[in-house]
Design a protein around this ligand. Structure first.
Ligand SMILES: Cc1cc2nc3c(=O)[nH]c(=O)nc-3n(C[C@H](O)[C@H](O)[C@H](O)COP(=O)(O)OP(=O)(O)OC[C@H]3O[C@@H](n4cnc5c(N)ncnc54)[C@H](O)[C@@H]3O)c2cc1C
Length: 529
C-alpha cells in the first residue's frame, strides 16, 4: 500500500473523480488501483480564483515498487500504519490515582485502565449532564457554580469548546488519540480532515463513552471530588486526600497523575505550600473578537464563499508591533459563540465554542498578547495567576458588577472612543454585555498591542478592518501561567510518584497536546512501576 500526496481536486469532487485523478497523477490505469482511501483533505484557499482541495490518499497499486522509485518521497511513499498498543502491567499494591478528568486525565486514565491498573480518577466538577445544567445556568442567568463550570467538570476545559483538534506538536500518539475519539463517537472525518474538529455537542457524548470504557475496565471516576491534600513519606507520595460533599477521604497511592488544568489556582497554591517546585511561565491574555462569518467567508473564499463543499472559513494571523510585542489570533471558532468561562465568583472570563455544524452567525477568535515572566513584577511562581485574577475582577467591575461582560466595537477599541451602539455584528456572549473601554481592564501593554495590531492584521485580511466587529473582554485562560517542574521520569522533581501533567502543569496547550501528555504520564506510571 502506498500514500500519494498533493492531489489537486475541485470542490464537490466525487469518489470516481478522485480515483481517476489519482491514477493520472501516478501514471497508471484506474483499474490498477484498489482499496483507495482518503487520508488527508485540506482546503487550499491561497488563490481566491482557485479555491480547491488538496488531498492525500492511500491505495494498493499494481507495481508499487516501480511507482515508489519513479516519484520523490514527498509525492509517493510507503503507507505507514503504526499501531499503538498498551501491554498489561503487573499487579500493583496501590491503584494509580489521576486528579482531573480533562483530555490529559482522560487519556492517562484510559491507558492505565487498558494496562489493567484500574485507576481511580478524582474530578472536582460534575459529570457531563449535571455540568451542562450548571453551565446553562451561568450562561442564561449569570449564576456561577464554582465547582462545575466551563473550566471544571467531566471532560475538562475542552468539553464546552469548539473541539478543534489542530495542534502544533508532532507525536506518534496523535493518530491513536484520533482513532480512540472516533471509537467513542467523534465523526470519522477527523481522521482525514486537515483541520479536524468535533464540536461541543458531539464531544460531550465522546467524553461519556470514554468514561464508560474506563469503568468497564475496572477504573473508577469520582465526580465532585476535589483533591485537597497529599501525604508523603521519604520524598515519595503516600496518599491523596479528596473532599466530596464536605467529607474528606484518603486514598493510599504511590503513583499520582496531577492533570488539573490551568484554572486550578487553589490546587497550585496548595502545592506551592507543600514545596512542590514550580516556576512562572509565559502565557497570554487579551480579548475575543467577533465578525460576521459571512464576511470571513467572503474575504477568504472570494467567489467560492457559500459553496456547499466548503466548511465555514477559519483564519490565523500574527503581527509584530515595531518596538513592541506581537498580537496573534488564537482558538478561532468559525460559526460559534463567545462563552462565559469564569470559574471564580465576581470575575469575567471569555472563551469560544461552537457546535459541530459551526452554523452560528459570528466567527470569533482570541486576540492575544504574550505575558512573559519578566512582565510580572512579583517573583512568586503564581504571579501570573494573580495577574489573571486581577484582570478578571477588573472586567467584572467594568461590566457593572452584575455579571455583564465588558464589550466594545473594534473601531472604539482602536480610537479609544466608546460608541455605545452595535452595528451589524452583535455580541454572542450571554447573559449580558456592557460597553466599556479596555483601559481599566487589561494591562496597558496588552491594550496598546491590540490597538496597534488590529490595523496590521486588517492589512492582511479585509474583514479585520470592520470597525463594527465586536470585542468582548477579557480572555485570560488561554494557557497556564505556571509550570510544575518534572524530571526525566516525568515525576515532579520534588516528589517521587507524583506526575504533573497536561496544560495546568505547563506541558500542553490544547486538547490534543494535553491528551498526548496524559498518555506519556500514563506510560511513565506503567513503566516506572
Ligand atoms: C471554552 C473553551 C474552548 C476551548 N476550545 C479548544 C479547542 O477548540 N481546541 C483545543 O485544542 N483546545 C481548546 N480549549 C483548551 C483546552 O480545553 C485545554 O487545552 C485542555 O482541556 C487542557 O486539558 P487538561 O486535561 O490539561 O486540563 P483541563 O481540560 O483543564 O482539565 C482539568 C480538569 O481537572 C479538574 N480539576 C482541577 N483541580 C482539581 C482538583 N484539585 N481535584 C480534582 N479535579 C480537579 C478540573 O475540574 C478539570 O476538569 C478550550 C478551552 C475552553 C475553556
Amino acid at each position: 500500500m502506498i500514500r500519494i500526496n498533493d492531489i489537486y481536486m475541485p470542490l464537490g469532487f466525487t469518489d470516481e473523480m478522485l480515483a481517476a485523478r489519482t491514477a493520472r497523477e501516478i501514471g497508471v490505469r484506474p483499474s490498477d488501483i484498489h482499496d483507495l482511501r482518503l487520508v488527508r483533505r485540506s482546503v487550499d484557499a491561497r488563490k481566491k480564483n482557485d479555491v480547491h482541495f488538496t488531498i492525500a490518499v492511500e491505495a494498493s497499486v499494481k507495481n508499487e515498487q516501480y511507482i515508489l522509485r519513479k516519484f520523490p518521497p514527498n509525492k509517493v511513499s510507503p503507507a505507514k500504519h503504526e499501531k499503538y498498543t498498551v501491554n498489561i502491567a503487573e499487579e500493583r499494591t496501590h491503584r494509580p490515582v489521576v486528579i482531573g478528568f480533562g483530555p490529559a486525565g482522560m487519556f492517562a486514565a484510559l491507558i492505565l485502565s487498558q494496562a489493567g491498573l484500574k485507576p481511580i480518577v478524582l474530578e472536582r466538577g460534575g459529570d457531563c449532564d449535571s455540568r451542562a445544567a450548571a453551565v446553562e445556568l451561568y450562561r442564561t442567568k449569570g449564576i456561577l457554580n464554582e465547582t462545575s463550570n466551563i473550566q471544571f467538570g467531566e471532560g475538562g476545559a475542552g468539553t464546552f469548546s469548539d473541539g478543534k483538534l489542530t495542534t502544533g506538536i508532532r507525536d506518534r500518539r496523535i493518530t491513536h488519540i484520533f482513532s480512540e475519539l472516533v471509537r467513542f463517537g467523534a465523526p470519522a472525518e477527523i481522521l482525514y480532515s486537515g483541520k479536524p474538529h468535533i464540536g461541543t455537542d458531539i464531544l460531550r457524548n465522546v467524553v461519556k463513552n470514554l468514561r464508560n470504557e474506563i469503568i468497564s475496565l475496572g477504573g473508577e471516576v469520582i465526580f465532585e471530588a476535589k483533591a485537597v491534600g497529599l501525604t508523603k513519606t521519604e520524598g515519595s507520595v503516600r496518599s491523596v486526600i479528596y473532599e466530596k460533599n464536605g467529607v474528606q477521604t484518603e486514598i493510599a497511592a504511590d503513583s499520582v497523575i496531577l492533570a488539573v488544568g490551568h484554572s486550578a489556582r487553589d490546587t497550585f497554591e496548595y502545592l506551592l505550600g507543600e514545596h512542590i517546585a514550580m516556576e512562572k511561565k509565559i502565557f497570554a491574555m487579551g480579548a475575543r473578537i467577533e465578525h460576521l462569518q459571512s464576511d470571513v467567508n467572503a474575504s477568504l473564499y472570494g467567489r467560492f464563499a457559500g459553496h456547499p463543499a466548503l466548511p465555514p472559513a477559519d483564519y490565523k494571523y500574527a503581527v509584530h508591533i515595531p518596538d513592541g510585542k506581537s498580537l496573534y489570533t488564537f482558538c478561532m471558532c468559525p460559526g460559534g459563540y463567545v462563552v462565559a468561562a469564569a470559574s471564580e465568583k465576581n470575575t469575567i472570563v471569555t472563551n469560544g465554542m461552537s457546535l459541530y455544524a459551526r452554523d452560528a452567525a459570528n466567527a470569533n477568535s482570541a486576540l492575544l498578547v504574550n505575558v512573559e515572566p519578566c512582565d510580572l513584577a512579583d517573583s512568586s511562581p503564581l504571579a501570573g495567576c494573580e495577574l489573571q485574577r486581577n484582570v478578571e475582577r477588573a472586567a467584572f467591575a467594568a461590566g457593572g458588577s452584575d455579571g455583564s461582560a465588558p464589550v466594545i466595537t473594534a473601531g472604539g477599541f482602536i480610537t479609544g472612543n466608546l460608541t455605545p451602539e452595535f452595528g451589524k455584528v452583535k455580541p454572542s456572549y450571554t447573559p449580558s454585555v456592557k460597553f466599556a473601554l479596555p483601559d481599566n481592564i487589561l494591562p496597558d501593554y496588552i491594550t496598546e498591542t491590540i490597538r496597534k495590531g488590529l490595523p496590521m492584521i486588517a492589512a492582511k485580511a479585509s474583514f479585520f478592518a470592520d470597525p463594527e466587529a465586536v470585542i468582548t473582554m477579557p480572555e485570560t485562560r488561554s494557557s497556564s501561567p505556571v509550570r510544575i517542574l518534572r524530571g526525566e521520569t516525568l515525576e515532579s522533581v520534588s516528589l517521587k510518584g507524583f506526575y504533573p501533567c497536561g496544560e495546568g502543569a505547563g506541558y500542553a496547550g490544547g486538547i490534543v497536546s494535553a491528551a498526548v501528555d496524559g498518555m506519556k504520564c500514563g506510560e511513565a506510571v506503567i513503566e516506572n512501576g
